[in-house]
Design a protein around this ligand. Structure first.
Ligand code: GAR
Length: 204
């Protein structure tokens, strides 16, 4: 046993309900092997920044736009902030920006992502946020869910860590389905996976 906790950075772009689930899980002791020490947003309007500030967690906004759309410069700024934070684990929680191989290699096996479907369904480039649920409804699947996986250079292509299935019900809209998938799957498996990987990091 060790007293050390994994230092977690959460990357966000929007509402931050998954960030909130992680913050709450740390408070409730579901996450005990790690602690959120930094929140990075790629969008200055992300409500997630407010959630970080309410929880007393330092946050920083780093936008690609401020580097004139230069992906390398954007990622260098992210890497600097993450290295400065001595980050052990990076959690993509609704982070809507694809990261290059250069970035994912720098943090190999140290980046996890939550995706709102059962991978390999409805994933990869172009499948994010509500679009995932629109596609699931369009296809007529009766079961969907969420996946937490390691991040490599292939969008939604890294090793799967946890999945949870959620029923699709008659009359579902993308918004209704998104909310059910968040409540029944994402907000449960993301904190559980964060604890599992944090524990593995501090024990190795
Ligand atoms: C979540 O449903 C998350 O799974 C999804 O965006 C939403 C963010 O919500 N992520 C992706 O689609 C990534 N491909 P949040 O900001 O409230 O956590």
């Amino acid at each position: 046993m060790t007293d050390r906790k994994a230092r977690i950075a959460v990357l966000v772009s929007g509402g931050g309900t998954n960030l909130q689930a992680i913050i709450d899980a740390e408070k409730n002791g579901i996450i005990k092997s790690g602690t959120v020490t930094l929140v990075l947003a790629n969008n200055s309007k992300a409500y997630a920044i407010e959630r970080a500030s309410k929880a007393g967690i330092p946050s920083k906004v780093i936008t690609k736009k401020s580097f004139d759309g230069d992906q390398n410069a954007f990622e260098d700024a992210l890497i600097n902030a993450l290295d400065e934070n001595k980050t052990d684990l990076i959690v993509l929680a609704g982070f809507m920006s694809i990261l290059s191989k250069r970035f994912t290699k720098h943090f190999e096996n140290r980046i996890i992502n939550v995706h709102p479907s059962l991978i390999p369904s409805f994933c990869g480039q172009g499948f994010y946020g509500l679009k995932v649920h629109e596609a699931a409804l369009e296809k007529g699947v009766k079961v969907t869910g969420a996946t937490v996986h390691f991040v490599n250079e292939i969008p939604d292509g890294g090793k799967i860590i946890m999945q949870k299935a959620v029923e699709v019900l008659p009359g579902d809209t993308p918004e209704i389905l998104q909310k059910r998938v968040m409540e029944q799957a994402e907000w449960k498996i993301l904190p559980a996976a964060v604890e599992q990987i944090s524990k593995e990091i501090i024990e190795h």
